[in-house]
Write a protein that binds this ligand. Structure first.
Ligand code: UDP
Length: 339
């Protein structure tokens, strides 16, 4: 089942890295979309031609309400937010504003405007340092940084709002998102990116002279942090499945891990980038970064059993190859990173 005719999906943060891939997936599936983004970290070029773009902040409730009415919004995919763990430790209030307060404002506009379905970008950071790996959705929720806390608070709001109103939601708990659209239409272009695969890809393209390793004394096989990397296009397709599930069973909510269930250490990721790019990278070991857990790997059995979603790019080599191709394309697309 799909959304009723004439009903549009509002994608907040649709000019950002993950949001723009979701927009591509929606458009590829023939859905009608409108993007709301304040371009604080996103790019106007990342929104495909023909998709209406509205410049603004999700915390502007008058704007959100106007868009919901004007575009007959039937569902919201809410990507807009802040995503950098160490920054959240230094500036927690930014995270409680962008990720919690602004989400509250958007959810309120959705309820008032009669939007019945909501897909939320949550995070594996809600688990903190999980006791069992791979971690499933029933694990204790104990974030160890304000980023995870700010997202968990929004999950709680959604749970309570779905209980009180004619509204259902799917919270997708992302593990480590990387790679780029295999067709080369979008990718990560954030200036000053902090994520490992992006940084290693930049180093492989000569844009950085080294890759820092944030701690080699974690309780992991090689001492470096272990993460579950998911290709951004597989993640985008999970959002389409989420939307269809919400529409076809309006009484049911979902909270689902989005990962492949495979863990790779920082060393293994850098090995992979070296192999795929055919270069050697200068690795410099430093101290741990604030707020970093040792290991985060998803138990994704719920995602696989609740939805017909199946990953298409579940190989670290494929993720890295797409990240590298995008990184090289950025060099030739003059000014792309700043426009
Ligand atoms: N990391 C690293 N060097 C970097 C960036 C990240 O060693 O330049 C490590 C980080 O400590 C973590 C893993 O790589 O163990 C993934 O970090 P990232 O920032 O990509 O994502 P996060 O897991 O923090 O969301």
């Amino acid at each position: 089942m799909t959304l009723s005719e004439n009903s549009t999906v509002l994608v907040t943060g649709g000019a950002g890295y993950i949001g723009s891939h979701a927009v591509l997936a929606l458009v590829d599936a023939g859905r009608t979309v409108v993007v709301l983004d304040d371009l604080s970290t996103g790019f106007r070029w990342a929104v495909p031609t023909g998709v209406p773009f509205v410049l603004g902040n999700v915390g502007d409730s008058a704007l959100a309400s106007r868009l919901i009415a004007e575009y007959r919004i039937g569902a919201i995919m809410h990507f807009a937010g802040s995503i950098i763990v160490p920054e959240s430790v230094i500036d927690p209030l930014k995270y409680y504003l962008n990720n919690t307060a602004n989400s509250r404002s958007l959810i309120a506009a959705a309820v008032t405007g009669g939007v019945k379905h909501f897909v939320f970008s949550s995070t594996a950071a809600v688990y903190g340092n999980p006791e069992h790996i791979p971690v499933n959705e029933d694990a204790v929720l104990k974030p160890i940084n304000p980023y995870g806390e700010s997202k968990l608070m929004t999950e709680h709001m959604l749970r309570d709002v779905a209980h009180a109103h004619d509204f259902n939601y799917c919270a997708l708990r992302y593990f480590n998102v990387a790679g780029a659209d295999p067709a080369g239409r979008s990718g990560q272009a954030t200036v000053g990116a902090t994520h490992l695969i992006k940084i290693a890809a930049e180093a492989a393209c000569g844009k950085r002279d080294h890759v820092s390793i944030f701690g080699n004394d974690f309780p992991t096989p090689d001492g470096t942090g272990v993460r579950d990397y998911i290709h951004v296009s597989d993640l985008a397709s999970a959002h389409l499945h989420a939307l269809d599930a919400l529409v076809s069973a309006p009484e049911t909510n979902h909270t689902l891990n989005c990962g492949y269930g495979d863990g790779f250490s920082v060393m293994e990721v850098i090995d992979c980038v070296e192999r795929v790019a055919g270069v050697k990278l200068d690795r410099r070991t430093g101290s741990r970064r604030a707020g970093d857990p040792a290991t985060l790997v998803a138990d994704n059995s719920r995602l696989l059993s609740h939805f017909s979603w199946r990953p298409k790019y579940a190989e670290l080599d494929m993720i890295v190859a797409d990240a590298l191709r995008w990184e090289r394309a950025l060099e030739t697309r003059d000014g792309i990173a700043t426009n």
